[in-house]
Design a protein around this ligand. Structure first.
Ligand code: FE2
Ligand code: FE2
Length: 474
């Protein structure tokens, strides 16, 4: 199961033994590299970046670190080790052997799930392509590029599945994954959130914390899949994904730490004074958080979904951490309480649990997000400040599901539409907030130096010091 770097496409799937597949992927490779040059990070292609590259799929010591030019990154195909005698873990076929090939009746469903997941990977690289020019430090610049190359590798992971298991349709879908572009009027990316450009670093940290975390839960659900190659692919992607969320989590914590320092130095909570000192006031951070959290919630889909029920019944897509978290893996009789809007009130309705799976996964996601907020709030508390971040209700600002278009306040209480529209500026980033954040975005390129709005990290990458030259600009 070691990775063969002697091949044109590094892999641990013994690609050399399947000449047809190998040739097809070798033909897709130049198209991928062209896409990277055209729609990956603008400039910086000749910079040397301290990147990690997967060298094995073992949990320990799986990565190698060193300076590489991004176009020379060895994108490849890495699947987690097969589990001997793995069995279907949930749904109607619980306990039967998993599938090594795609069952004919699930072919189009599986293909659509893989394409939708695959589409988000290059989309996020496209969304972030301008950020390198305003990185607050070389450490952050390196982290951005690490995330970008790994999202590129996740695209490879999905393209491998399409080529290896879906024949001609799969090859066509792989081409389409490079033809759709984030924000393109004619050929946009599949999911709305992935068509918004990310042009400032506060949004980047929010994206990696909230939106990549949606990715984590989607991958965890697919890691449970009875289609074993998909499960193994997603399991290894999760190993890489953890760093992306670390970037968001610690990025936001560093913004908060810097703001608290300025608040202490100035002895004030006044947003105007904090901004004048070049830091980001906490209410502005809250508005960004409210924006990104609420837009990520829609990615889980409608609360009640017959598709979700069918994925579970057939074993295509399960619940995250199915074995550890749940006792009933069939869930045929169980029900789940959903809160739905009822005029100006909220009503509870019981729905078959299988139909409520999107909501169950969303609830697990909310719980995970709340841990980040608790960490940031502890920093604020320790600094003796009274401000606290709050996650808005999952009913707030939804465009999909039972609460789509229902005006509520961030606590989830239904309110009149006029009141909702009048108060949005209190809850979400305003044009003025965005202009202020944009004004802070100036690149800092001296090793160890940080922009004024963010504190340095506690430590560097892979035991390197914070002032290590993580990127050698050409
Ligand atoms: Fe990814
Ligand atoms: Fe990611």
């Amino acid at each position: 199961m070691s990775i063969d770097y002697g091949e044109r496409i590094p892999n641990n799937v013994d690609l050399a033994s399947n000449r047809t597949l190998q040739r097809a992927l070798e033909q897709w490779q130049p198209a991928f590299l062209r896409w990277w040059q055209e729609l990956g990070p603008t400039d910086f292609q000749s910079a040397e970046v301290y990147l990690r590259t997967a060298i094995s799929v073992d949990a320990k010591g799986w990565a190698h670190y060193g300076h590489v030019r991004m176009p020379d990154y060895r994108w490849g195909i890495f699947l987690a080790q097969p589990e001997p005698d793995r069995r279907i873990g949930f749904g109607d076929d619980l306990g039967k052997p998993v599938w090594q090939q795609v069952p004919g009746e699930y072919r189009s469903t599986l293909r659509r799930l893989i394409v939708t997941q695959g589409d988000t990977e290059p989309a996020s690289v496209e969304q972030q392509r301008l950020l390198g020019h305003s990185a607050p430090s070389l450490y952050d610049l390196r982290n951005l590029f690490q995330v970008n190359v790994e999202e590129g590798r996740h695209l490879w992971a999905m393209v491998y599945l399409l080529h290896a298991y879906f024949g001609r349709d799969g090859r066509e879908e792989a081409e389409e994954l490079l033809a759709r572009h984030s924000g393109d009027a004619d050929k946009p990316r599949i999911l709305t959130t992935f068509n918004e450009p990310i042009s400032d670093w506060l949004s980047f940290f929010m994206f990696t914390f909230f939106t990549d975390r949606d990715g984590k839960f989607q991958l965890k659900s697919l890691a449970e899949s009875s289609f074993d190659p998909l499960s193994r692919t997603c399991r290894f992607m999760l190993t890489e994904e953890a760093h992306h969320m670390f970037v968001g989590d610690t990025g936001i914590a560093r913004v908060v730490r810097r703001t608290l320092e300025v608040m202490r130095e100035l002895g004030t909570e006044d947003p105007g004074a904090i901004r004048a000192a070049g830091a980001i006031d906490l209410p502005t951070v809250q508005r960004y958080l409210t924006f990104w959290f609420s837009s990520s919630l829609d990615l889980f889909g409608a609360e009640s979904s017959t598709n979700a029920a069918a994925y579970f019944a057939t074993g295509i897509k399960g619940r995250p951490d199915e074995q550890q978290r749940y006792a009933d893996h069939v869930a045929r009789e169980a029900t789940y309480a959903l809160e739905i809007p009822d005029g100006a009130k909220v009503r509870t309705t019981q729905t078959p649990l299988r139909n409520a799976l999107n909501e169950i996964v969303r609830a697990a996601y909310v719980e995970d997000c709340a841990k980040g907020l608790a960490r940031w709030n502890r920093l604020i508390e320790a600094a003796g400040q009274g401000f606290r971040f709050v996650l808005p209700s999952t009913r707030f600002r939804r465009t999909i599901g039972n609460w789509a278009g229902v005006p509520t306040d961030p606590a989830g209480t239904p309110i009149a539409r006029e009141a909702y529209e009048a108060r949005l500026g209190e809850w979400l980033p305003t044009a003025d907030d965005r202009a202020f954040i944009t004004s802070l975005m100036r690149r800092v390129v001296e090793p160890g130096k940080m922009a004024a709005w963010i504190a340095p990290p506690d430590k560097g990458i892979k035991e390197r010091p914070v002032d290590y030259p993580y990127v050698r600009l050409a």
